[in-house]
Write a protein that binds this ligand. Structure first.
Ligand code: 13P
Ligand code: SF4
Length: 334
């Protein structure tokens, strides 16, 4: 599966207007976007910078991104970067992952407040204490952490995973007992797809956890024949309504390749916008919530980050080295 897309090309403002957000992509705003895109493109060249962006970003961010993808695609793209600077349009743990994979590069995030409720739900000391307690009962226990974690948590993790490879990582790790952190919903999805013993941390994504199965049933009633694609950060009762469960890039691949012409997209709203732009010949309905952290990144802040070099992401070298091991083990196991 392609976990991301190399970007480049023209801005199609008619497409922005087709996103159906009255008052957002006005003619005036599209003119501003056009100017900002030109300014950022010139700054990228001047500073020898690459822009990496997550699939949930605002549509105009895709116009300056060199690569757009899910967490796995972005982690892979963060390796062997040839430019001096990586500007990361996404949330903080993703920018940290780029720094971990390319520690000698300067990594900047346009807004350092762009956090993640999952990453905030676990700290390294608490995780190690829980692991040590559980190892008295399960001596072979290993920690599998979702990449939505801080560098410190990754540094005490045996193997990382993303939404696209969590089941595979758990199946391939050499232990029967796994402390899965921090997403309880992804943990329950993995537990339903493996015979291994999964002990879940009790974090969740505030965006996906709010979505309810009734919304999906209602959408199916109103639009018979639609295919429902759900992100595995959703609750088990929502996943039970899905035709397909996939990471954000997996959702795009599925929608492109499946014979159906209409889909309900159950994840953060930005993904539906990305699909409307990427797959214009199909219909997309939304059962979605906005991630306030992802939306903190704007074109203006991206331009300012390139001008000022702020906010630079820094990870101490020892933490970086240990965290990288847990990500490299993920690449090996998936
Ligand atoms: P993906 O890896 O599927 O893009 O998910 C990242 C994320 O934060 C979803 O909320
Ligand atoms: Fe974190 Fe949820 Fe936002 Fe993804 S959508 S970045 S998991 S808070």
């Amino acid at each position: 599966m392609d976990a991301g897309t190399e970007k480049g090309g023209d801005i199609l403002f008619e497409q922005f207007q087709a996103l159906g957000q009255p008052g957002v992509y006005t003619e005036e705003r599209c003119d501003e976007i056009r100017d900002l895109v030109a300014e950022i493109t010139a700054l990228k060249r001047e500073k020898n910078a690459i822009v990496l962006a997550h699939n949930y970003q605002r549509p105009e961010i895709f116009e300056v991104a060199d690569f757009v993808g899910d967490s796995l695609g972005l982690a892979k793209r963060g390796v062997d970067v040839t430019e001096d600077t990586i500007v990361f349009c996404g949330v903080h743990f993703m920018a940290e992952t780029a720094k971990i994979m390319s520690p000698d590069k300067r990594v900047i995030i346009p807004d350092a407040r762009a956090g993640c409720s999952l990453a905030e739900s676990v700290d390294a000391d608490a995780l190690v204490a829980r692991r040590d307690e559980l190892r008295r009962t399960y001596p072979d226990l290993k920690i599998v952490s979702y990449v939505n974690t801080t560098a410190e948590v990754k540094a005490v993790t045996d193997v990382c995973c993303t939404s696209s490879n969590a089941v595979q990582v758990v199946e391939n790790i050499d232990s029967q007992n796994i402390l899965f952190c921090p997403d309880e919903n992804l943990a329950s999805y993995v537990a339903a797809n493996t015979k291994k013993h999964i002990i879940a941390w009790n974090g969740n994504c505030y965006v996906h956890h709010q979505i309810r199965p009734e919304e999906i049933r209602r959408a199916r009633e109103v639009n018979p024949g639609i295919k429902v694609i759900v992100h595995p950060e959703c609750r088990a009762d929502v996943i039970a309504e899905a035709d397909e469960v996939a990471s954000t890039s997996g959702m795009i691949e599925f929608a492109k390749n499946d014979a159906a012409g209409a889909f309900l997209i159950v994840t953060e709203c930005g993904l539906s916008e990305r699909l409307l732009l990427e797959v214009p010949d199909k219909k997309f309905y939304k059962a979605c919530q906005l991630c306030k952290y992802m939306k903190m990144i704007t074109l203006e802040r991206t331009r300012d980050a390139l001008v000022t070099g702020r906010d630079e992401v820094d990870v101490p070298r020892d933490i970086c080295d240990n965290a990288r091991l847990s990500i490299e083990r993920m690449f090996e196991l998936s």
